[in-house]
Design a protein around this ligand. Structure first.
Ligand SMILES: [Zn+2]
Ligand SMILES: [Zn+2]
Length: 671
């Protein structure tokens, strides 16, 4: 438990105490710390509502002011159960009703584990701890929400009321946290996405399938340009692969059946076969032939069909039996041939399943395998902004953060084990370069490792490779001074992985990317390279996506910048605002527009007849980065008046200088 979690969990004891002071009959279940706060599940006939918060908070304040110590007591199982029966657990004193949830919890504690109680003031709770020293250490808190929750998350169990709150060491931290939430609301990427015309969803297109409007597409294009330049310099090569693939590919990769739930259902297509068409033709001839024969024999299939479609075979058979033997035999022969033919054709018509790709790796592995590789080709780095489709549950969809179509800053690096450390380090460097560029000061890498006791079940059975790659990864993380935490037992099946969490400038957390070592897929795809000693070996593979997906990363950037993108990322970089309707001023403005556009600057001009204040206001509203205001005086001096969104008027500058500065800022991708 981290310090802040310890503080928040302690606050849940105080919350329970306060509730008991008001409603002594309350029964409590679990009260853990959670992300950004804590809760306590309470069983109480009174329905707690936010209107009760003030009253509860007042009692909590009294408890904190009393500064009770949290005292730990170890008891035997019988003692604990006895107290539970007397209603003394999660209570201020003995009660008529037993502490039923606490009794249930005690009964589920493994026999060899110690049972501890914690007392603060009159309140005694069954709890493993830890807590802060005294209730007075809880600097500041607030109740935030109440929701319902089933005991142990099982809907067969009673429904409880989950009271949420948060707590901090100081009042300032608490205030900052709520100010951040307020600011986050203003920066919500869904809200800004609409206001700044960046992206939309449409019911006819489908939920979770964002479409980028021109202003949003520009951001995606800029990110792609950045990735392509960075990756080119780092020795990556670009590839392009289709959005769909046959079932067999995903069986090989193991995505099927294990990942099937996250994939869109398959498309059923007829298998192509070189002879299928010829057989088809033959079958048609036979079908025609037996009908013709029947007609010649005076059996009208159409009439029987009209009478009762179900009885056709029987009725036809009856009629045939009435015919002379010779005719019967001939017909049976034809019917037999026809049946054989249709069986043959059916086998050519087997259905093929195609899936929308949920990951790019299998396609890239195929590209690795497409050409004979030698150690001289390694490391081989194949990159693609690949579009993937994942079937997220509709309840999980959330703006650009959780979507069903995603364009991923993907690449797969194939290497020898000796090359792993350098490659992994280079990938990490790339992450850090991007963080710096985007002004991401706070980030954390979660390094998930394996548990040797689970080889062959949870983790692929390659003890040596696990050890080696984890050691090298750890070393790289340490040497580069990166903030990371190690999480045992959470690696992927096929290798250790790193998830990257970043915090926006206002402190909101996003997980944006993964960096993943893989020793299983190269094997299942039978990837090989010829080593120095002429033997064939299996390469290691790194999956990496520092910029995550366009969807999530742009969502993050919108909130990070509050829509005020730096010049290089701005959908509209420059807007020229001529003052008045002087034809000469307009002509001069147009020449600046052409010059900027010739340099690929996304520049526009406002030729409306509005007065200049109206024009500025409109440009500010949609957050145009740089406004060039042009009056007659600017024209006469071959100058422009520069205005920057959020910074205001910077005054007049020679035209050439202003344009050179714009170009330089874009080129350097200045913040
Ligand atoms: Zn506790
Ligand atoms: Zn991959």
């Amino acid at each position: 438990m981290t310090d802040i979690e310890r503080l928040r969990h302690s606050a849940s004891h105080v919350l329970a105490t306060a509730i008991l002071k008001i409603w002594p009959e309350a029964q409590f279940a679990a009260g853990p710390p959670v992300e950004n706060g804590f809760y306590y599940d309470v069983d109480l006939p009174h329905r707690i509502s936010p209107d009760d918060f003030e009253k509860i908070e007042a009692e909590m304040k009294k408890e904190i002011k009393a500064n009770h110590p949290f005292e730990r007591m170890e008891v035997s199982r019988d003692e604990a159960l006895d107290m539970g029966k007397k209603g003394r657990l999660a209570a201020l004193g003995e009660r008529d009703q037993p502490s039923k949830y606490k009794i249930d919890i005690i009964e589920n504690i493994p026999p060899d584990e110690k049972i501890s109680l914690y007392r603060s003031g009159d309140f005694i709770d069954l709890c493993a701890g830890p807590h802060v020293m005294r209730t007075g250490n809880i600097g500041a808190f607030r109740l935030t929400n109440v929701a319902s929750a089933y005991y142990k998350g099982d809907e067969k169990n009673p429904q409880l009321q989950r009271v949420y709150g948060t707590a901090f060491k100081t009042k300032k931290e608490l205030d900052d946290y709520f100010a951040m939430l307020e600011e986050a609301k203003k920066r919500d990427h869904r809200k800004l996405g609409r206001e700044l015309e960046l992206f939309v969803f449409d019911d006819d297109v489908g939920p979770g399938l964002p479409m980028f409007l021109p202003r949003g597409a520009v951001i995606a294009e800029e990110l792609e340009k950045l990735a392509k330049e960075t990756e080119f310099a780092a020795g990556y090569q670009r590839v392009r692969t289709p959005h769909i693939a046959r079932e067999s590919l995903y069986k090989k990769s193991g995505h099927l059946p294990y990942y099937a739930e996250s994939m869109f259902p398959p498309m059923l297509l007829q298998k192509d076969h070189p002879h299928a068409q010829a057989f088809d033709q033959l079958l048609k001839t036979f079908e025609g032939l037996d009908r013709k024969m029947l007609a010649e024999m005076g059996i009208d299939v159409e009439a029987i069909l009209l009478e009762n479609p179900k009885s056709v075979p029987n009725r036809v058979l009856e009629k045939i039996k009435e015919l002379p033997e010779k005719q019967q035999t001939a017909f049976v022969e034809v019917a037999r041939l026809r049946q054989a033919m249709s069986l043959a054709v059916a086998s050519f018509r087997e259905l093929d399943r195609y899936y929308l790709k949920a990951m790019n790796c299998p396609h890239h592995h195929k590209l690795f395998a497409a050409v004979p590789r030698s150690y001289r080709d390694l490391p081989l780095r194949l990159a693609e902004y690949g579009t993937c489709y994942r079937y997220e549950q509709s309840g999980e969809l959330f703006g650009l953060m959780r979507v069903r179509s995603l364009q991923m800053n993907d690449a797969h690096l194939y290497m020898t084990p000796e090359q792993f450390e350098a490659e992994f380090n280079a990938v990490n460097e790339m992450y850090l370069t991007y963080f710096k560029l985007f002004g991401i000061d706070k980030y954390l890498m979660r390094f998930s490792t394996h548990d040797p006791s689970k080889f062959g079940q949870k983790f692929v059975n390659e003890p040596e490779l696990w050890k080696q790659t984890e050691e090298m990864t750890r070393r790289v993380l340490k040497d580069s001074g990166i903030d990371y935490v190690e999480v045992p037992n959470e690696a992927a099946f096929y290798g250790p992985k790193i998830d990257v969490q970043v915090w926006s400038v206002i402190g909101r957390e996003f997980s944006i990317a993964t960096n993943q070592v893989d020793f299983a897929q190269p094997r299942s795809f039978d990837l090989r390279y010829k080593d120095r000693d002429n033997t064939e070996k299996i390469p290691l593979c790194i999956h990496r996506a520092p910029l995550g997906t366009h969807e999530r990363f742009i969502g993050f950037l919108i909130e990070h910048y509050a829509g005020n993108f730096p010049l290089w990322l701005s959908p509209e970089q420059v807007r020229i605002l001529p003052i008045g309707d002087d034809a000469k001023v307009l002509e001069y403005s147009m020449s600046i527009l052409s010059e900027l556009r010739a340099h690929q600057v996304r520049a526009e001009i406002d030729k409306s007849t509005d007065n200049i204040n109206g024009k500025i206001q409109r440009a500010e509203q949609i957050k145009v980065h740089t406004m060039l205001v042009i009056g007659k005086r600017d024209m006469d001096a071959d100058a422009v008046s520069v205005r920057i969104h959020g910074k205001g008027n910077l005054g007049a500058k020679p035209r050439a200088e202003a344009i050179a500065e714009i170009l330089q800022s874009i080129k350097e991708r200045r913040a």
